[in-house]
Design a protein around this ligand. Sequence first.
Ligand code: PEP
Ligand code: MG
Length: 326
Amino acid sequence: ERKQLHRLRREPTRTVDGIDIKLYANAESRDDVAEAHALGAAGVGLYRTEFLFLQRNELPDEEEQFRVYRDVVLGMTGRAVTIRTLDLGADKADRTGLALRDEPNPALGLRGVRLSLARAGLLEAQLRALVRASGYGPLRILLPMVSTREEVREVRATLKRVTVELREQGHAIADNIPLGAMIEVPAAAIALPAFIGSVDFLSIGTNDLVQYLLAADRNNEALTSLYTPLHPAVIRLVRDVIQLARKRDKPVAVCGEMAGDAHFAPMLLALGLMEFSLHPATLLELRRTIRHCNLAQLQSRAPALLRARDRAGIEAWIAENAPVIA
Ligand code: PEP
Ligand code: MG
């Protein structure tokens, strides 16, 4: 079984009806990047930079960040790399004093892009490091916890300014670095038609999207049966985001844990998803499942999925549409 999966490292992630699906890796270390590359990932879909800031007492400066981001880009040898700006907050507090402590509701607090915008020097150093790394291969910048169009526009203005400055300083950097938003705050998902024009790509963070949609803390063990993407509101909203992105020709991935669970793959394919970003640990298993899926057939069954009224109904759809894996 392990051996059979191992053989899939060099195989395409192609459905039975011949459609190629992109599997990107979620990564937060050099080892993850090496593993993603060895498994034949299409690229890195989510590089979590907060790990560079945790477990230390001083902030990493531009130079240190640059070297880490450059090495991620070089490690993927020309495959696409999406690096997320800092996603810290009282929920993932650092020791450097950057994030606030003791917020009454850390999940609803000064985290993600909100923290970056509140600490201008921090955002600028991170963007400079990222723009410099773009000289070494294809790089995209992803913003966490976006809830308004203004947040994206503010970051874009800083990105433009540092790009001009770096070019003047003689750095070889990419011409147009795509800037994308995580869709993990329900308001961003619902108001997407209003701001999709401000972003170059999207990545749906179902870990937080589920938490905020269902008002269920992702880390509260008393809520494990409530905290699930198998709720009609989640399915519908994820479908709407994917469909709008496709209509507007903006690449869209799912990068929450949901994307790494092979058992959910037929459902995500039915909703129109063509890009998954997941921890390397389950990448080959997901590839195997997708290679047994018929995309056109699954998409023809999407209406039945959207009619499901509860978790049991969604689970029944999943059971009925699970591919047979010999
Ligand atoms: C998410 O929220 O789905 C996500 C991918 O980001 P994180 O788990 O880092 O919050
Ligand atoms: Mg998140």
